[in-house]
Design a protein around this ligand. Sequence first.
Ligand code: ADP
Ligand code: MG
Length: 700
Amino acid sequence: MVAYQEQDITAGWEEILSKDKYRLMISEVSANYPDKKSIFVSYKDIEAYSIDFAMFVLENPDMCITKGKAVVKGLLPPTWDGKDQVNLRITELPCDAKVDIRLLRAKHLGKLVAVEGLVRKATTVKPRMIHALFRCARCNAEQWVEQTGMLLKEPVMCTNTEGSCNKQAVRFIIDEKESKYIDTQKVEIQESPEGLRGGAQPERLTGFVEDDISGIITAGNRITLNGVIRSVEKPDRDKSTVFEMYIDVMSVEFEQHEYDEIQITEEDEKEILSMSKDPNLFDNIVASISPTIYGMEEVKSAIALQLFGGCHKEMDDKTSIRGDIHILMVGDPGVAKSQILRYMSTLAPRGIYASGKSASAAGLTAAAVKDDFGDGRWTLEAGALVLADKGLACIDELDKMTPQDRSSLHEAMESQRISMAKAGITATLQCRCSMLAAANPKFGRFETEGMGTLTEQIDLPPALISRFDLLFVLTDKPDRKRDSNLSRHILGVHRRGEIRQIPEDAVLDGVNVEEVREMTTNVKPYYDVELLRKYVAYSKHVVPVMTDEAVKIIQDSYLRIRDIGRADGTITITARQLEALVRLSEASARLKLSTTVDAEDAQRAVRLVEYYLSSLASTNDGQWDMGAIDSGFTKKDRDRTKIVLGTMDMFGSPEGITLDELLAHVESEGMAEGELNKVLRSLVERGTVYCPRDGMYKKA
Ligand code: ADP
Ligand code: MG
């Protein structure tokens, strides 16, 4: 490695900065200071000057930047105030300067590196004093003191030899107004989930951003921080020799293209295109989703479509319509919900797995927290949905989420934004992700009898449940045929797993190794996970448009399902499901990289929505009733309410009516005690009915 002397470094910078583009930047800075105060130098230009010099800059950034700044100052007009800082920031670092957060070591200290990651926390921007102006308390002489650390440095003595204080003064008055400040922001990035195959915990790195580039980073961004790795002593009571690393940020690069992290070569592209022509493509993709899990074809088909997603639309009036498909699985324990979520979080590009009862303050959405991270400053912390922006958020145990999440999740799912207005932070975080969620029934297991409708058995607000495009109810009921197939499958999975561990040519008593291997090939994903992820990333550029035929199929089936409820006023399906139909059929077309949504796609979507409605009906006396989802109140409930209120009108005295009397009357109308209680509970909750005394009901 060439060692450059001071004058060589200066010469290097003079040569590089003499390029027209940098001369222009410098004159812009001098004209617009302090709105513009940085010269951004591309690493490529340094390399073009000399590869050795460029390497030297990476190894000795502090010295080189100081020299470079001096050169910049020389190029500024002579009238320039020496205390007005101009920054020299190097951007576009080469691939070999990239370091994974988990691989940062002592050898990187003091070096210029590029670190990629996902912003987990970002503080508000606060000023820090860099040059303090002091006045001598006696002679009023001015003195500038450069500030570097966290504590304010005062002058030692007055420097004015002619002043009245005779250099004796010990008291100085700071002029806060005239002193110079820069903005600062502290951020924390974590490794992006793509680098984390195998479920490792993401490593984090703190970054300090200063001056004109502070405030451009918000939680949830995918960025590259170019900067110098430094260390600070851990803020413990005892002096310690173990230091904490951080990055002193020189420049920030935002992700340019979607899915930059997934490299698709020309070869990959060829493979993807030929894959898209396979007539069995859909089934093969479904066969690549959690193949060790037996059955659940509908769930897997839905998840396959979710991976691809519908089209995000911007309308003429600037409103946007989400294309992401949200799926909720509610089911008995042990039906492989968690298993599927974990699988999908590794399969999907930008998949994140989180649990509703996560320990972090940000939870699923986001939080403004005041922790020691920001030295007591307010810090915005991104939750799982924000971290999964443009990806898939796999949320387990959704019913266990925190109350804050409960209230902000509606917005997050529908408008795909989370607005924060707390403690001076007003920020909008993007969470354009699909959500695959799982929840357990409130009482442990689903009951078809006596525990009420589906929504009553799930501990989630009905309005939230209705935000999901598809909802699957997974029950675990003994069923001889299914149980036998399921157990055969699971045993096969375990056997194959065992055989994978032993030598290829092993011969064992009582096992035909070769035969077992043959018989269990179906638990191997049809497509390799890496390839499928590339395929999904590639497909996102396709925007399919609905054909006339597809529109007709979707509309007809919507009207047909609506009609089922027309006779007795039940709402079987709402506009929400209509939108779900559109998204699902778009996804089906995108899956084939097709530019049109065809009849086949629309039919696939209709089949899925019908399956979902009929699976709901199985927990709702066989009725297709969207009211059960939207409001938790079915048509039957409404009819029963009418009977109860009517009875009160007819038989109630001015003091009200007793429960026993009410029961006697409604029983003759075919209502059971449990049903009466449910109706009364909701009427009291809504304030329509109240209890003047115990066991007595009266209309309000
Ligand atoms: P849940 O989250 O629904 O309570 P889990 O995902 O923890 O259930 O699953 C429990 C275990 O049962 C897992 O090890 C899973 O592999 C197994 N299992 C459950 N259902 C199936 C199935 N249909 N096929 C294969 N394995 C299954
Ligand atoms: Mg689970």
